[in-house]
Design a protein around this ligand. Structure first.
Ligand code: MN
Length: 227
């Protein structure tokens, strides 16, 4: 087959401890999944139905550098656990959902908060605030075979050595099996899908030169410099 323009490379993440790569199909993100963050964003933390948005697969970035994006002067970090799926489907029951998980990893849902706030007020989609170039710095996938399923564990984000975000994974409003099940009612999930599982309270602005270090028990750490 001849393509009329050059084809895009397959986006993939390294699989920790191996030479293999995990190919990425889609990137889903869940919003307001820790009560503290819902409150700080001005929302009721009660267990409303979850909601989702997407980033683009090639927004994932392994370089360890986050270029401060254009068109914003209020770019926030959101420290998150990601879930990588090896299989998918629709209407996946909660009690079968973890069977679809290949592994877990560390990600930052970088957000142009000023743009997102404007879009929210106007009832418009969030893409300009969320799905921009290199907006999802991340680390490798840690396979379940090595780290098990992460339903608890300390999550911490430091910026320039000071703790900004801190929580336990067991504080998620919608647990990983529930978010997979919910998502599968709206979309056909498939191998390669990645889900960013939401951020705890403490989101805040970054500046050029800042060094962000995200750590989750069992997954090591991810260091990203704002450049
Ligand atoms: Mn987020």
């Amino acid at each position: 087959m001849d393509y009329v323009i050059s084809t895009q490379p397959i986006v993939s993440l390294p699989v920790h401890g191996t030479d293999a790569k995990f190919p990425v199909r889609r990137v889903y993100c869940i919003g307001r999944n820790y009560a503290g963050h819902a409150i700080e964003m001005g929302h009721d933390p009660d267990r409303e139905d979850p909601f989702f948005f997407q980033k683009n697969p090639n927004n994932l970035d392994l370089s360890g550098e986050f270029p401060y994006p254009q068109k914003s002067s209020d770019v926030h970090h959101e420290a998150e656990l990601f879930v990588a799926l090896k299989t998918g489907g629709t209407n996946i029951p909660v009690n079968k959902a973890l069977d679809h998980v290949f592994g877990y990893g560390l990600a930052l849902d970088m957000t142009r908060r000023d743009l997102q706030s404007i879009q929210k007020k106007m009832g418009r989609p969030w893409e300009v605030g969320k799905a921009f170039e290199k907006s999802a710095p991340c680390g490798p996938v840690h396979p379940v075979s090595a780290v098990g399923h992460l339903d608890q564990g300390h999550l911490e984000l430091k910026v320039n050595g000071a703790v900004r975000q801190e929580a336990d994974l067991n504080q998620m409003i919608w647990k990983v099996p529930e978010m997979i099940s919910y998502l599968s009612e709206y979309y056909e999930l498939a191998p390669g899908d990645v889900i960013l599982s939401g951020t705890p309270s403490g989101v805040a602005a970054v500046e050029k030169g800042d060094v962000m270090v995200l750590t989750i028990d069992g997954l090591g750490s991810l260091e990203v410099k704002v450049v």
